[in-house]
Design a protein around this ligand. Structure first.
Ligand code: SF4
Ligand code: SF4
Ligand code: SF4
Ligand code: FES
Length: 583
C-alpha cells in the first residue's frame, strides 16, 4: 500500500514501511548519515539523520523511522544543523583526525561530513588514546580501534551478513570498543578474512593490509620477472575507481596500466578460472557418475568460505572440491609451464594477483599446497583499491589509456571464466563444461538464468540428458547456514544428499562486491557490476572453459588430462579442521 508524505513541503508517494530517509531520497532531499548502510538494518547509533515531524515535538532518526500517511517532515533547520554539528564535534573529540596518513583519506564519511559542516575547530577536550594498539595479526585486514566511531556496521556485517561472529562490542558507554570476543586478536578469532567489515566501515578503522610497496620493490629489482594477473571481477571493479559507471568493463586498459606500472608480463585470472572449471567440472562428473561418492560437491574458490567451512562445518570438508581457486591455479602454472615456455628461471618469477578480495591475501600463504611449484605460487595479492592507488600515484591517466592484450598463453580465456566474478557464475561455467563432459555436446543455450541474480539462495535442477543435477547457489556467508545444516542433517541421518552441486561465495553478490572492491557497493551497484560481466561473456566468441584454445594446449603439452597426476600435484589441495577460536 502506498502512503503520501511531504519532505520539506515536497509531496512524495512511497510504499508503507519505507523509511523517512528513503522517502527523502525519492523526493530528491539528502539527509546526512553516518551509521546507516543500505545493506544493513538501520542501527540508529549516530544521530546524524535526525529530522522533525510537523505537529510533533519528537525528533526522529530518519534511517530508522518508517513514514506514515500524511506525515510532513522537516529535514533541515538551524536547530537540526546545530545538533548535527555538535554530534560531529563530539565524534571528532574521540577521533585521532590523522587524515593525511589515513587509508581512507578522500574516501571517508566522517571527513566528508566535517568538510560539509565546515568544522574548523575542536570545542571539546580530545579524548583519544593514541597508544591503543593496531591489530594487524591477519594477512588480510587491519583493525585500528582508535579510529572507530562506534557506528556498529562492522559488527552487524560480521554477525548478520557473514555469520562469522568475529566482532562484537565490548564494554559499556564511552569505553565501548569493537573487537573480537575476549579481546583476542583477529587471527585468533573466528574471522574468515572476507573484508566485508572493511568494505562497510565508514572510516579508516578497518582496512585491507596495504602491500603496494612490495610490488614497487619487486618491479625495481632487476633480478625479478614480475607477472601480474587480474581476477574476473577486477575488469568491472577498477573502472569505478576512475569515475566510470558501475559495470564498465576496462580489461584491456587495466593490462596497459599494469605494463605502465612496470610489470613484465600480464596474465588474466580468467584463464585460471577456466582451468578451475576443467578440474572442478570433471571432479563433479566423477562424483556424479561414481557410486558411493560424497555429494553434494561444494565450490572451493572463495577462500573466506573455505575458512568458514574449516571452522564451522569441518564434518563437510570432504564435500569441498579439491580444485584450487583460479588464482592458486594460475600461480603454479606460471612458475612451471609458462616459465618453461618462455625460458625463465622460475625462482626469478614474482607473481602478483590483483584481486577483489582480502581473503586472497590469506589464501596465498595458507599452507604448503600453495607452494606446489616449488616456490610460493602467488607471491603477492593486491586488492582493487590498492591497485587503483598505485595507478593514481604513478600519474597514469587511466581513462585515456590505449587498450592492449594480455600475454600468451595464460591471458586467453572464455566467457565462462569471466562470469566467475558474479554469484552463480562458477556454477554456470561448471554446468557448461560438465554438460559437455557427460554428453560430448555443448549446451544449446549456455546461459543458465536459474543461477543468476541477487537472490540470496537460488535453487534449481539442471537436466543433463535425462540426469537431473540438483544445484544451489548462495552468496553472503550467513545465508548458507540453512542449506549447510540441511546437508549436515542428511549426512548424519545416512539419508541421500539433498543437492548435487552447491556454489558458495562469502560476499553478497560474489566477488564483484568483495571486501577489496571500491567502496559504496549496494545491491544496485552489485547488479550493474554483474551485468557488465555477463555482457562481456556474451560478447566473447568462446563461452565455455573447455573450448579455450590455450587451456586445450596446456592439457596437451603439460597436464595430460583433468584430474591427472600432474593436475593433482599443481591444481588440487586439501582441507583440515580449524578451531573457531585459537587458544
Ligand atoms: S570499526 Fe568502522 S564499522 Fe566498525 S564500529 Fe568502528 S567505525 Fe563502525
Ligand atoms: S573480515 Fe569478515 S569475518 Fe573477519 S571481522 Fe571482518 S566481517 Fe568479520
Ligand atoms: S566472494 Fe570473492 S571476494 Fe568475497 S571472500 Fe569470496 S573470493 Fe573473496
Ligand atoms: S544514520 Fe541514522 S542514526 Fe546514524
Amino acid at each position: 500500500m502506498s502512503v503520501h508524505v511531504k519532505i520539506n513541503g515536497i509531496p512524495v508517494e512511497v510504499e508503507e514501511g519505507t523509511s523517512v530517509l528513503s522517502a527523502a531520497k525519492k523526493a530528491g532531499v539528502k539527509i546526512p548519515t553516518l551509521c546507516y548502510h543500505p545493506d544493513l538494518k538501520a542501527f540508529g547509533s549516530c544521530g546524524m539523520c535526525i529530522v522533525k515531524q510537523e505537529g510533533s515535538s519528537k525528533i526522529l532518526r530518519a534511517c530508522a523511522s518508517p513514514v506514515a500517511e500524511g506525515m510532513s517532515i522537516i529535514t533541515n533547520d538551524p536547530e537540526l544543523y546545530s545538533v548535527r554539528k555538535t554530534i560531529l564535534e563530539l565524534t571528532l573529540s574521540t577521533h585521532p583526525s590523522t587524515c593525511l596518513t589515513c587509508v581512507r583519506n578522500g574516501k571517508c564519511s566522517l571527513q566528508d561530513l566535517a568538510a560539509e559542516f565546515g568544522i574548523r575547530e575542536q570545542p571539546y577536550q580530545p579524548r583519544v588514546n593514541m597508544q591503543t594498539p593496531v591489530d594487524d595479526s591477519t594477512p588480510s585486514i587491519v583493525l585500528d580501534p582508535k579510529k572507530c566511531i562506534k557506528c556498529g556496521r562492522c559488527v552487524q556485517v560480521c554477525q548478520d551478513m557473514q555469520g562469522a561472529f568475529a566482532l562484537e562490542f565490548i564494554g559499556r558507554g564511552s569505553n565501548v570498543v569493537m573487537a573480537p570476543a575476549a579481546m583476542l586478536t583477529l587471527n585468533d578469532s573466528p574471522c574468515i578474512k572476507c573484508g566485508q567489515c572493511a568494505a562497510h566501515c565508514p572510516v579508516g578503522a578497518i582496512y585491507e593490509k596495504d602491500e603496494t610497496s612490495k610490488l614497487i620493490e619487486a618491479i625495481a629489482d632487476p633480478e625479478k620477472v614480475v607477472v601480474a594477473e587480474i581476477a574476473p571481477s577486477i575488469r568491472v571493479g577498477l573502472s569505478e575507481e576512475f569515475g566510470l559507471k558501475p559495470g564498465t568493463v576496462s580489461t584491456k586498459k587495466i593490462y596497459t596500466a599494469l605494463r605502465r606500472l612496470g610489470v613484465d608480463y600480464v596474465e588474466d585470472t580468467n584463464f585460471g578460472a577456466d582451468l578451475t572449471i576443467m578440474e572442478e567440472g570433471y571432479e563433479l562428473v566423477h562424483r556424479l557418475t561414481t557410486a558411493g561418492s560424497v555429494l553434494p560437491q561444494f565450490t572451493s574458490c572463495c577462500p573466506a568460505w573455505v575458512d568458514y567451512a574449516e571452522k564451522y562445518y569441518p564434518d563437510l570438508i570432504e564435500n569441498l572440491s579439491s580444485a584450487k581457486s583460479p588464482m592458486q591455479m594460475q600461480g603454479p602454472i606460471t612458475k612451471t609451464y609458462f616459465a618453461q615456455k618462455k625460458g625463465i628461471d622460475p625462482s626469478k618469477i614474482y607473481t602478483v594477483a590483483i584481486m577483489p578480495c582480502t581473503a586472497k591475501k590469506f589464501e596465498a600463504v595458507r599452507d604448503e599446497h600453495m607452494s606446489s611449484s616449488g616456490y610460493q605460487d602467488t607471491d603477492l595479492v593486491l586488492t582493487t583499491r590498492e591497485c587503483a592507488r598505485m595507478i593514481k600515484a604513478a600519474g597514469i591517466d587511466f581513462n585515456n589509456l590505449p587498450e592492449t592484450e594480455a600475454d600468451d598463453p595464460l591471458g586467453e580465456y572464455s566467457g565462462g571464466g569471466t562470469i566467475f566474478g558474479a554469484t552463480g557464475g562458477v556454477m554456470e561455467a561448471a554446468i557448461r563444461t560438465a554438460y559437455f563432459a557427460i554428453t560430448g555436446e555443448n549446451l544449446k543455450n549456455v546461459e543458465v538464468n536459474a543461477v543468476r541474480g541477487i537472490q540470496e539462495v537460488k535453487k534449481g535442477e539442471i537436466d543433463i540428458k535425462g540426469k537431473n543435477v540438483r544445484v544451489a547457489v548462495i552468496h553472503g556467508m550467513a545465508n548458507a547456514k540453512d542449506v549447510l545444516d540441511e546437508v549436515r542433517a542428511c549426512k548424519k541421518a545416512g539419508k541421500p544428499a539433498p543437492y548435487d552441486f552447491i556454489e558458495i561465495m562469502a560476499c553478497r553478490g560474489g566477488c564483484i562486491a568483495g571486501g577489496g572492491q571500491p567502496y559504496g557497493a549496494d545491491d544496485e551497484i552489485r547488479k550493474e557490476r554483474a551485468a557488465g560481466l555477463y555482457q562481456d561473456d556474451k560478447d566473447d566468441p568462446v563461452r565455455c572453459s573447455h573450448e579455450n584454445p590455450s587451456i586445450q594446449k596446456l592439457y596437451k603439452e603439460f597436464l595430460g588430462a583433468p584430474l591427472s597426476e600432474k593436475s593433482e600435484k599443481y591444481l588440487h589441495t586439501s582441507y583440515k579442521k580449524v578451531p573457531i577460536y585459537k587458544a
